[in-house]
Design a binder for this molecule. Structure first.
Ligand code: ASP
Ligand code: MG
Length: 439
């Protein structure tokens, strides 16, 4: 069986839902994981924000607007009163559920329930639409099988067992629709897999049913509501190894949500990225296969800050790196690139919330320099150290660009450069000319 996931923009209007319905009704049995309609989760976050701030009027304004929008969607989606009515009743329940929270104490627990409503609505709409069209589709409630454990990590054993029970209930169904993103926690409370988490749901479901393939359908400009800035992206990449995809995921490069990679990788299930706007295109295949000797992509991430600490005491000292890293850890700031010499360490971070405190603490151990407005350029492909030539090519591409740091050898799939943000375009162009167009 295949598992197909459609993101928020792919189900973002009645029209788009109809296209998805057409796409999935090809006679093959499948599980379809849906996001909330685009913008809905953001509205639900906003509603929660008003409720935290004890402003029920603010929340009600957004709830009313959202409800109006959904009324309109239902009118456009259904052609029979029966199915429109049936779906309307579900949405009425959803909205009265949300409204109930405007009159009560609002905590993290209630917020999770509110955030779950988007996926509950979209999946009901698509399932009912399919049934109206005469398709044998059933809705599998994710809250009955998707669960996290006490460490807030998905519980694959539970998921596999409970999902199997759900599937067995409807052996004759052609299409199983379910919600991405939402789950229950170890205490049975409604929870979620974090923003953008429906890719993760699809991957977990794929692993739980030993799927033949997991397909992540997205539309070209709408992969995640929360994508980090993607500066550039080379010509379509047809095949990636999971590790190459993981390298690129940091750049939000229209690849998978980072969390989604691990379950599929371990279960050895290929993930195919497809485009709803161009369904016939082959897309990108991500699997455990490596295309040997090939450079796959170049990606960039801006707004990077480099921090260098130099200490003559580092010479022959042990424990220096630990002390430095501990400072970043104590401010919950993750380090992305690291370069060391005998007397100094340079690191890059993308979250500067605690930069001042970090720098102040680092000064206890050495001389600190900070460079802002930097950019990480990352070349991804088969960069196993035994291969020769690729490092030189990448370096050659950077010959006219001041390079602050270079990182190579951290994985078999990556070489990264830290440069000035102002040089990003030039660097990407030069790399793509040198690596892909043999210029
Ligand atoms: N609806 C959720 C969000 O917008 C989950 C997802 O779309 O993947 O974050
Ligand atoms: Mg989304």
């Amino acid at each position: 069986m295949k598992v197909l996931k459609f993101g928020g923009t792919s189900v973002g209007s009645a029209e788009r839902m109809k296209s998805v319905a057409k796409l999935i009704t090809d006679g093959e049995k499948k599980i379809v994981v849906l996001s909330a309609m685009s913008g809905t989760t953001n509205s639900l976050v906003e509603i929660s924000d008003y409720l935290y701030k004890k402003n029920p009027d603010g929340a009600n304004d957004i709830i009313n607007k959202l409800e109006q929008k959904y009324k309109q969607h239902l009118n456009e989606l259904f052609s029979t009163d029966e199915y429109r009515q049936k779906t309307q009743e579900v949405l009425d329940g959803v909205f009265s559920n949300i409204r109930a929270y405007t009159k009560d104490l609002f905590t993290l627990f209630e917020e999770k329930v509110v955030l779950a409503q988007g996926e509950l609505m979209s999946t009901n709409m698509v399932t009912n639409y399919l049934q109206e069209q005469g398709v044998n589709a059933v809705l599998l409630p994710a809250l009955d099988f998707m669960r996290t454990d006490k460490n807030a990590e998905p519980d694959p054993v539970y998921i596999r067992e409970k999902l199997a029970i759900q599937l067995q209930k409807y052996p004759d169904a052609d299409i199983y629709i379910t919600q991405g993103f939402i789950c229950r926690n170890a205490y049975g409370e409604i929870d979620n897999l974090q923003r953008g988490g429906s890719d993760y749901s699809a991957s977990l479901i794929g692993a739980a049913v030993d799927a033949k393939e997991i397909q992540i359908w997205t539309d070209i400009d709408g992969m995640h509501d929360n994508d980090p800035r993607v500066v550039d992206h080379t010509s379509p990449v047809r095949q990636l190894n999971f590790d190459e995809a993981a390298e690129l995921a940091y750049f939000g490069a229209k690849i998978l949500h980072p969390t989604c990679i691990q379950p599929a990788k371990y279960a050895n299930i290929p993930v195919r990225l497809l485009n709803t706007m161009d369904p016939a295109a082959p897309g990108t295949m991500i699997s455990n296969d490596t295309e040997y000797g090939k450079i796959k992509a170049v990606a960039a991430k801006e707004n990077i800050t480099a921090i260098k600490i130099k200490s003559s005491r580092m010479l022959l000292a042990h424990g220096f790196l630990r002390k430095v890293f501990e400072i970043f850890e104590s401010y919950q700031t993750s380090i992305d690139m690291v370069c060391t010499s005998e007397v100094g360490v340079s690191m890059s971070i993308d979250n500067t919330k605690h930069l001042n405190e970090i720098v102040a603490d680092l000064k206890k151990y050495g001389t600190v320099t900070v460079d802002k407005d930097m950019c990480i350029i990352c070349v991804v492909g088969d960069l196993t150290w035994e291969n020769i030539g690729f490092e030189t090519l990448a370096m050659k591409a950077m010959k006219d660009i001041p390079v602050r740091m270079v990182s190579y050898g951290g994985s078999n799939y990556n070489i990264s450069f830290l440069i000035r943000e102002a040089d990003t375009k030039r660097a990407l162009q030069s790399l793509s000319d040198t690596l892909f167009n043999n210029k």
